[in-house]
Structure formats: structure tokens, C-alpha cells
Design a protein around this ligand. Structure first.
Ligand code: FES
Ligand code: FES
Length: 168
């Protein structure tokens, strides 16, 4: 039987935030660890590291996924978007605030974050919701974010922010 050396380094190539990138990882690295360490994508937060809190949520081939539950080699050939991919990187935004995605601005304006640790995960699930359902009800928003944990806000302002984003 062929055995795989768990600490063997391999190269993985994926489209990450619109740009093809190749990064090094081992066969047992989680995708969250590899993207944070090798690609500098520290907007991927590691809370529970076992699929409960949602802080590590990314867009993986058009669906949200918990990157702490995936192995890095699974990303080979995938299309990934992280919170870093939401901001305007064209250099044309007139101010720091204008770099933000409109949903990020809605979070800021509705006080939908305090420490901000959970925020990237909420942004990713909210964008997935709105892509499928552009005018969700508050109940639908609550259901969509129900798999993500926030220790600070009490969730109401997060629902407000997503609602405002879809109504603007
Ligand atoms: S760190 Fe991945 S779900 Fe909590
Ligand atoms: S803003 Fe602190 S955990 Fe959500």
C-alpha cells in the first residue's frame, strides 16, 4: 500500500482573490493555516478550529466553506475568495473607507462589529445569502448567519447591517 508522508511539502495552485497563486503546504496542513501562513491571508480567523464558529469561512468555488475543516491540497485548482478579496485593490478608491466593500461599510455604519474577530466569516456568509436571495427577510438573514458565532454584538446589528446593504 502506498503511504503518504504527512509532512511532505507540496505545491498547490489556486485562483485566490482573482489571482492565480501557488503556495507550499504539507499534506496535513489545514487550508486555513496554509492560506494564513503562506499567502498572508490573516483575515481568515481561527476560533474553534473544528467547524463550529464560522470565523474561518471563505468562498470556495462559489460556496462558503470552513477552511479549518479542509486540507490545503484540496484547494488545488480551486477558486477561492477571502475577506481580503472584497476590498477595492484598483488603487482608484479616493479614501481608505472607499476601499471597503459596500457590505463592509454597512457593517461599520450599523455597529455590526466590535472586536471584529468574527466579521470576515459573517461577511462571507452574508454575501452568499444575498447572491442567492437579493432581498432576504430578517428571518432569512438570521437563518443564514445562524452557523456563525459572535461573542460581542448580540447579532441584531449584524442583521441590521445585512438588511441595510440589501435595501440600499
Ligand atoms: S475556526 Fe473554523 S469554524 Fe471555527
Ligand atoms: S465582533 Fe467580536 S466576536 Fe463578533
Amino acid at each position: 500500500m502506498r503511504t503518504v508522508e504527512p509532512s511532505k511539502k507540496i505545491l498547490v495552485t489556486a485562483e485566490i482573490n482573482g489571482r492565480e497563486q501557488t503556495f507550499e503546504c504539507t499534506t496535513r496542513d489545514t487550508l486555513a493555516d496554509a492560506l494564513r501562513r503562506s499567502c498572508g491571508l490573516t483575515g481568515i480567523r481561527l476560533g474553534c478550529e473544528h467547524g463550529v464558529c464560522g470565523a474561518c469561512t471563505i468562498d470556495f468555488d462559489g460556496r462558503t466553506a470552513r477552511s479549518c475543516l479542509m486540507f490545503a491540497p484540496q484547494a488545488d485548482g480551486a477558486r477561492i475568495r477571502t475577506v481580503e478579496g472584497l476590498t477595492d485593490r484598483t488603487g482608484h478608491a479616493p479614501s481608505e473607507k472607499d476601499h471597503l466593500h459596500p457590505l463592509q461599510r454597512a457593517f461599520a455604519e450599523n455597529f455590526a462589529l466590535q472586536c471584529g474577530f468574527c466579521t470576515p466569516g459573517f461577511l462571507m456568509v452574508a454575501l452568499e445569502l444575498v447572491a442567492a436571495n437579493p432581498q432576504p427577510t430578517r428571518a432569512e438573514i438570521r437563518e443564514a448567519i445562524s452557523g456563525n458565532i459572535c461573542r460581542c454584538t448580540g447579532y441584531e446589528t449584524i442583521v441590521d447591517a445585512i438588511e441595510h446593504y440589501t435595501r440600499d
